[in-house]
Design a protein around this ligand. Structure first.
Ligand code: HEC
Length: 165
């Protein structure tokens, strides 16, 4: 190869490398932070999913509490579209039945939805994340798996929970 050819080739390699980096950065979205203090937010509702009769049993069996932050709370009350910054937490515990009671026994995971319409246009403007057990680091690989189901709630801006008065 001539030296001109070599220079051209290395220029191409550098260009391809930087394009790749740019692409990777464009794909990478900031992680959704652990929702610190969510137990002081507004409690929306609770539910126990205890048998296979419920189609969510395999994935979400147990006792869950749903919480919403102040930004989301206003929209939930008014039934309006959620503004950026709205956060929902789905806090799931394992259960055991004991002497006629159903008790919560250890956290399975925290599932979080955070509204940011600019960051998450492909999933209805919501970012989804899962924090297993008591970990504060998210582990979700693909938000689409969450959105595929939540998309059925389009008329309520992709949220299922209704406030239990
Ligand atoms: C197969 C359907 C399905 C899938 C998949 C699913 N969800 Fe949900 N999700 C629900 C239902 C139903 C509720 C409402 C539960 C209730 O009424 O107590 C819910 C509630 C929630 C809530 C509380 C806000 C709301 O919409 O009610 C959050 C947060 C949440 N899910 C996050 C996630 C995350 C994160 C994932 C992906 C890891 C996920 N969900 C996957 C069905 C699903």
């Amino acid at each position: 190869m001539t030296s001109r050819g070599r220079v051209l080739l290395s220029a191409l390699v550098v260009l391809a490398g930087s394009l790749g980096l740019l692409y990777a950065q464009a794909q990478k979205k900031p992680a959704i932070a652990y929702p610190l203090g969510y137990r002081n937010w507004i409690h929306v509702k609770s539910m126990v999913i205890f048998s296979k009769e419920n189609k969510l049993f395999d994935r979400f069996g147990g006792l869950h509490n749903v919480y919403v932050n102040q930004i989301g709370w206003k929209a939930l009350r008014l039934g309006s579209t959620f503004p950026d910054g709205a956060i929902f937490v789905f806090d799931l515990y394992d259960v055991r039945t004991y002497q006629g009671a159903i008790e919560a026994r250890g956290r399975k995971f925290l599932a979080v939805m955070k509204k940011n319409s600019k960051l998450y246009p492909d999933t209805g403007g919501w970012g989804f994340e899962v924090f297993p057990g008591d970990q504060d680091k998210g582990s979700l690989k693909d938000m689409k798996a969450c959105f595929n189901c939540h998309s059925a709630q389009k008329r309520r801006d992709f949220v299922y929970s209704e406030f239990a008065e």
